[in-house]
Ligand binder design. Structure first.
Ligand code: C2E
Ligand code: CA
Ligand code: CA
Ligand code: CA
Length: 271
């Protein structure tokens, strides 16, 4: 029994050490990735449910590692958030995507750009000037940029978040609450934040065609959002049935694999 206990303890130590080593390695790899240009934006279409037209694109960060291939943002963004790396990466993402969209708009594509901001970026005093610079340097109209902040990031420090959002809004950019429904924000809080768009989290969309309850929840989120003047986007739409249902419920826009996966700019817009 004693040997077994020691064995287990030993096993735990090894796996913990391995996990930490893996993390350190990944963090160093991520630093290299920033310098070597291994990070790039994919773009996913956002479709207007009344016209069926693409009205916006969401920029989603991609990491193509020279040896390990594609690494998921769900894995490396939390890591980047533990250091200042997320601020460096976030600013580069803003620079690259505003440049791309400004160029596409000059070519005649009437699209809004959606860019994700992490909690930690909201705390960065250089964020607002960085957004301002990106707009000034590319000539992208402020109203063509929508910044997405998750519900949980907004609720973490409401006072601070409200202040940053007000400064961003003063630049003329649009603001969206992302992953809505996964946090616990109230109608009053939403009103005070003066947002433009609400994105219903994919977990609520998944079951809408099969479950009355899921559809009822989505119906009430749409009604509530419209009552305070927000545009509603459904995330994670994977079937034609869901598209039809969301349209009939009065949802404004939708995004998901059924409507288009995140792809490189050239694939979505042409060369
Ligand atoms: P998010 O902002 O909620 O982005 C939507 C995620 O859902 C994306 O995952 C997208 O690829 C995925 N998705 C879109 N349609 C469907 C669908 O129909 N079905 C399913 N199952 N998934 C769908 P992705 O690209 O892996 O990004 C994950 C998260 O990483 C994002 O969630 C966002 O929170 C974060 N992220 C991505 N890019 C950035 C970035 O540039 N900056 C920051 N701060 N966070 C980012
Ligand atoms: Ca998002
Ligand atoms: Ca989301
Ligand atoms: Ca999400």
């Amino acid at each position: 029994a004693k040997a077994l206990g020691r064995g287990r303890h030993h096993f735990f130590d090894v796996s913990l050490r391995e996990r930490m080593q893996r993390r350190l390695r990944m963090e160093q790899d991520l630093r290299d990735a920033v310098h070597d240009g291994q990070l790039w934006p994919a773009y996913q279409p956002v479709v207007d449910l009344r016209t069926g037209e693409m009205v916006a694109v969401e920029a989603l960060l991609r990491w193509t590692h020279p040896r390990h291939g594609a690494i998921s943002p769900a894995e490396f963004i939390p890591l980047a958030e533990e250091s200042d790396l997320i601020n460096v990466i976030g600013k580069e993402m803003l620079r690259a995507t505003t440049r791309e969209l400004a160029e596409r708009r000059r070519q005649g594509l009437d699209l809004t750009l959606k860019v994700n901001l992490s909690t930690r970026q909201l705390d960065d005093p250089h964020l607002v000037p960085a957004v301002q610079d990106a707009l000034a340097n590319t000539g992208l109209a402020p109203s063509a940029l929508c910044l997405e902040v998750t519900e949980s990031a907004l609720m973490r420090d409401q006072e601070a978040a409200a202040e940053v959002l007000a400064s961003l809004r003063a630049l003329g950019v649009l603001l969206a609450i992302d992953d809505f429904g996964t946090g616990y924000s109230s109608l009053a809080q939403l009103r005070r934040l003066t947002l433009d768009t609400l994105k219903i989290d994919r977990s609520f969309i998944t079951g809408i065609a099969e479950s009355r309850d899921a559809a009822a929840i989505v119906t009430s989120i749409i009604a509530m959002a419209h009552a305070v003047g927000l545009t509603v986007i459904a995330e994670g739409v994977e079937s034609a049935e869901q598209v039809e249902l969301l349209r009939s419920l009065g949802c404004d826009q939708a995004q998901g694999y059924h409507l288009g996966r995140p792809v490189p700019a050239a694939e979505l817009f042409g060369q």
